[in-house]
Design a protein around this ligand. Structure first.
Ligand code: OOG
Ligand code: NI
Length: 467
C-alpha cells in the first residue's frame, strides 16, 4: 500500500523544502553558502569514491543537500505549546532539555525532531527551539515592555490554528495537507518590518540582543538553517576562502578518525535592513543582525559515560585556553582541545567495549550459525563475524556548542557570565508535555538491534545478552 499523502514523514519533508526555499529567498547569503557546501561535498565525493558508494547504498546521497535543522526563538509559553502541536503533525517530538543559562543566555531549549531510523531517513529535518526566560532579564522595565508586546501578538495565521485543530480531530485530506505546509511555514517567515519603534528596539537590544530579536518582530523567524558537510573542516575553510566570515572555530569535538557527537560552525550574522514604526506613525530605517547559515557533521551518540568524558575534556580545554569572544586565540584553543581529546578512545572497538558510544548491531547474512555454540557472548559473535556493530549517529544537540553558535551571531561581545539555573520543569510546563530523553532513545535502538540480530541468528537473545 502507498504511504498516505499526508503522512507525518511526507508533511515534514514538504515543510523542510518549503522552509529551505523561503529562507534562501530571504537570506541570499544562506543561498550562497548552500551552493558552496554542495560544491565542497561534491569535491569530497570525487576524492573518495568509497564514501560515494556507501552514501549511494544507504540512500543518503540523494538527500545530501537537504537541510538537517533550523532554529527559532520563541517569546511565550502559549507560542511554545502551540508549536509543539504544530510540529507533532509533522512527526517532530521534543527531545532533550538544553539549559543555555550555562552561557548567560536568557533562553532554554529543546529540539523537535523525528524519532526512529526510518523517520530520520525519510526526512532528517529538526527545529532547535529556544524559549525566552523573561525572569532572566534583570531590568524590570525592559521585562515589562517585552511581556506587554509578546502578549499582544499571535504568531500563527487563523487558518494554521484551524488546521491544527482539524488534524488533531480527524487528520488531513490532501488539500488540507498542502495548505497546512504553507500556513505552518508562514509562522517562520522573516519580516523586515519591526513591530516596534526604534526607541523600543534600542531599549530591548541594549538589555540583551536576544530580547530584541525575539520581541521586536512578528514571530519566530528562522534564524538559521543547517546543511550537512561531508568534511566540515574543508567546508569551514572554504567559507573563509570565499569571504563568508565564518566563526573562528568549529564547535564540538576535534576532528577524529571515529567521529563522535556533533561538530558545527556557521557564517556570522550580517546586519540587514529593517523598518521601525515610530510613535508618530513614521517609518524609520534601521538594521538588525541575527540571521545566518550553519553546517554540521555528526558522529556517534555517546552513552552517559562517554558524554561525561566528553564534557570533562571540553571543560578542561576551555579552562586551559579560554576562547576569546572574538575567537582571536582560536588556534591555541584548538591545540588545547586536540591535546585533551587524545584521552578519548578513537577506535570503534574500544568505544564499544568500554561502553562509551551506542551501537547498532546487525547479523551477518552469511554467518554459519550452526557453528555457533550457544550460549555465545556478543564479543564472541563479533569476533567470528556473525554480528556487526556500527555506531549509532547522534541526532541531538550540545548545549555548550549551541551557546557558542548563539553568541557569535548576536554581536554580543560581553564576556560569558555563568549563572547556571536550569529549570526543566518550567520549560515542560510551558511546552505542555515532557521532553523525551535522548539517551533512552539510543539505548532502545541498541537493545532492539541486538535482540533482532540474535533472533535472526537463531540464538537465545536473553542468554547471549546476559553474558
Ligand atoms: C540556536 C543556536 C543553537 C545549534 O545548532 O546548536 C543551534 C539559535 O541561535 O537560536 O541551532
Ligand atoms: Ni543550529
Amino acid at each position: 500500500m502507498n504511504e498516505p499523502f499526508a503522512s507525518a514523514d511526507a508533511l515534514r519533508a514538504m515543510f523542510a523544502s518549503a522552509i529551505s526555499e523561503m529562507y534562501q529567498a530571504e537570506a541570499p547569503q544562506y543561498r550562497a553558502m548552500k551552493a558552496l557546501v554542495a560544491e565542497t561535498n561534491r569535491q569530497c565525493l570525487a576524492d573518495e569514491p568509497q564514501l560515494k558508494q556507501r552514501l549511494l547504498e544507504s540512500g543518503e546521497l540523494e538527500r545530501l543537500d537537504v537541510e538537517r535543522h533550523g532554529a527559532i526563538r520563541i517569546g511565550t509559553a502559549q507560542e511554545l505549546s502551540m508549536l509543539r502541536r504544530l510540529f507533532a503533525i509533522m512527526g517532530m517530538a521534543p527531545v532533550s532539555y538544553y539549559d543555555l543559562s550555562i552561557a548567560g543566555l536568557p533562553v532554554h531549549s529543546t529540539a523537535f525532531r523525528p524519532i526512529g531510523e526510518s523517520a530520520m531517513r525519510a526526512s532528517p529535518f529538526r527545529i532547535f527551539a529556544s524559549l525566552l526566560r523573561l525572569d532572566f532579564i534583570a531590568d524590570a522595565q525592559a521585562r515589562e515592555i517585552a511581556a506587554k508586546i509578546l502578549a499582544q501578538r499571535d504568531i500563527f495565521t487563523p487558518r494554521c490554528r484551524e488546521l491544527i485543530d482539524i488534524h488533531e480531530r480527524r487528520g488531513f485530506d490532501d488539500e488540507e495537507a498542502r495548505e497546512f505546509v504553507i500556513e505552518a511555514a508562514k509562522t517562520f517567515r522573516w519580516s523586515g518590518q519591526a513591530t516596534v519603534s526604534s526607541a523600543v528596539y534600542r531599549r530591548l537590544h541594549s538589555t540583551h540582543p536576544l530580547l530584541a530579536d525575539i520581541v521586536c518582530f512578528k514571530g519566530p523567524h528562522i534564524n538559521h538553517l543547517t546543511l550537512h558537510a561531508l568534511d566540515i573542516d574543508v567546508a569551514h575553510a572554504a567559507m573563509a576562502a570565499h569571504g563568508m566570515n565564518p566563526k573562528a572555530i568549529i564547535e564540538g569535538p576535534p576532528r577524529r578518525r571515529c567521529p563522535i557527537l556533533l561538530r558545527q560552525t556557521s557564517f556570522k550574522a550580517n546586519a540587514e535592513p529593517v523598518d521601525f514604526t515610530e510613535e508618530d506613525g513614521r517609518r524609520l530605517s534601521g538594521a538588525h543582525a541575527a540571521r545566518f547559515g550553519e553546517i554540521e557533521q555528526r558522529g556517534a551518540a555517546l552513552t552517559a559515560k562517554g558524554r561525561a568524558l566528553y564534557d570533562r575534556l571540553l571543560a578542561e580545554a576551555q579552562s586551559e585556553a579560554p576562547l576569546a569572544p572574538d575567537g582571536a586565540n582560536a588556534h591555541d584553543f584548538h591545540a588545547a582541545l586536540t591535546r585533551r581529546f587524545a584521552a578519548f578512545p578513537d577506535d570503534r572497538e574500544t568505544l564499544r567495549r568500554e561502553k562509551l558510544a551506542y551501537f547498532r548491531y546487525s547479523p551477518d547474512a552469511g554467518a554459519r550459525t550452526g557453528e555457533i555454540t550457544s550460549p555465545a557472548s556478543v564479543d564472541d559473535l563479533l569476533r567470528i563475524g556473525a554480528l556487526r556493530a556500527e555506531p549509532i549517529l547522534y541526532e541531538d544537540f550540545l548545549p555548550v556548542s549551541a551557546a557558542g553558535i548563539f553568541r557569535s551571531n548576536l554581536g554580543d561581545r560581553r564576556a560569558e557570565t555563568f549563572i547556571e539555573r536550569a529549570d526543566r520543569r518550567a520549560f515542560e510546563t510551558a511546552l505542555g508535555a515532557p521532553v523525551l530523553n535522548e539517551r533512552a532513545l539510543y539505548e532502545d535502538q541498541e537493545t532492539r538491534s541486538l535482540s533482532a540480530s540474535l533472533e535472526a541468528l537463531g540464538l537465545d537473545a536473553v542468554a547471549a545478552l546476559q553474558i
